[in-house]
Design a protein around this ligand. Structure first.
Ligand SMILES: C[S@@+](CC[C@H](N)C(=O)[O-])C[C@H]1O[C@@H](n2cnc3c(N)ncnc32)[C@H](O)[C@@H]1O
Length: 286
């Protein structure tokens, strides 16, 4: 098993597979300070492995109403600022703001420009005045928010009448191969939890915002081996941070069993990692 050669306690394969989670549905999403710290640590490595994130954000941009001319827009969960800069190009006449919970991401994004202000803040408690923004754009950040109704009510509050919330997020089925492989090894779930698509539908319908688009689309990435997958999750800052995982190390036999379980999913292109992506475009009634 070449993947096991040289495995040590500081190796991403060893560390991320050591995360031992409580069974599904047992606990909430990870602590926000941990989320912020994990993304801050990943600020330098993120762009090199964010192929899926760039595709998803680009597809979200394509779903924005063509008539939209925001006087002020916000990139929520801006990360390294890739889409902050894309929005700045697209809406050159408007003022741009970028918000993220991770200071490290803001430090990385700020010098590259795109927004008038880069602000530390939480999607569940936006540091913005009511009725102050025409477009709230958020790509692949809101799956980290435990209280999605709160996110929607914050969007409702800060959007001007006629303003648009455009988000992409992840739902159940994401990283299913990794989840199933772990289940086969020890009966536990070791993958971050995701809301069901039906919950997104229900919460958006009840939000007071008018859904213009709400779709789910599967994206599949392929990796040569399991270590490449877990390293890329770590470089993205998106490895398992759920509460309930023990700090201890994973035994080599468990890693070997996991690799064997995951190998059953192998396709000609490599080991698949499925992402179930949700796209939502909602408008605040005028
Ligand atoms: C996967 S990255 C996406 C970054 C960027 N939108 C992109 O598409 O490349 C998720 C980002 O969301 C941020 N984030 C997570 N929870 C957040 C919250 N509650 N409020 C604001 N930002 C949050 C993280 O710090 C991270 O920078």
């Amino acid at each position: 098993m070449s993947e096991l050669r040289g495995v040590s306690g500081t190796d991403p394969l060893y560390q991320s597979l050591a995360a031992h989670d409580a069974p599904y549905g047992d606990a909430a999403l990870p602590d926000k300070r941990q989320v912020a710290a994990s993304f801050s640590r990943a600020a330098e490595s993120y762009d090199a492995v964010a192929e899926l994130q760039r595709n998803v954000g680009t597809q979200l941009l394509a779903r924005l109403p063509t008539s939209l001319r925001p006087r002020r827009w916000l990139d929520l969960g801006c990360g390294t600022g890739y889409f902050t800069r894309a929005l700045a190009e697209r809406y050159a006449q408007g003022e741009g703001l970028a918000v993220d919970i991770a200071e490290g991401m803001l430090r990385h994004a700020r010098p590259q420009g795109g927004a008038a202000h880069f602000i530390a803040g939480d999607a569940e408690a936006l540091p913005l005045q009511s009725d102050s923004v025409d477009l709230l754009f958020s790509s692949l950040a809101l799956q980290w928010c435990a209280d999605f109704p709160r996110v929607l009510s914050e969007a409702q509050r800060v959007l001007r009448p006629g303003g648009v919330l455009a988000f992409s997020s992840l739902c159940v089925g994401t990283l299913q191969e990794l989840r199933d492989s772990w289940l086969a090894v020890d009966g536990f779930v070791h993958v971050n939890r995701f809301r069901r698509f039906e919950d997104y539908q229900q919460l958006c319908a009840a939000s007071g915002l008018q859904p213009l688009t709400l779709q789910r689309q599967a994206e599949v990435l392929h990796f040569p081996d399991l270590r490449s997958l877990t390293t890329s999750l770590k470089d993205l800052g998106a490895h398992n941070l759920n509460p309930g995982r023990p700090g201890g190390l994973t035994g080599r036999s468990r890693i070997r069993a996991l690799i064997e379980a995951y190998e059953r999913f192998r396709q000609p292109q490599g080991l698949p990692a499925t992402y179930q992506v949700v796209y939502g475009v909602l408008q605040k009634p005028s």
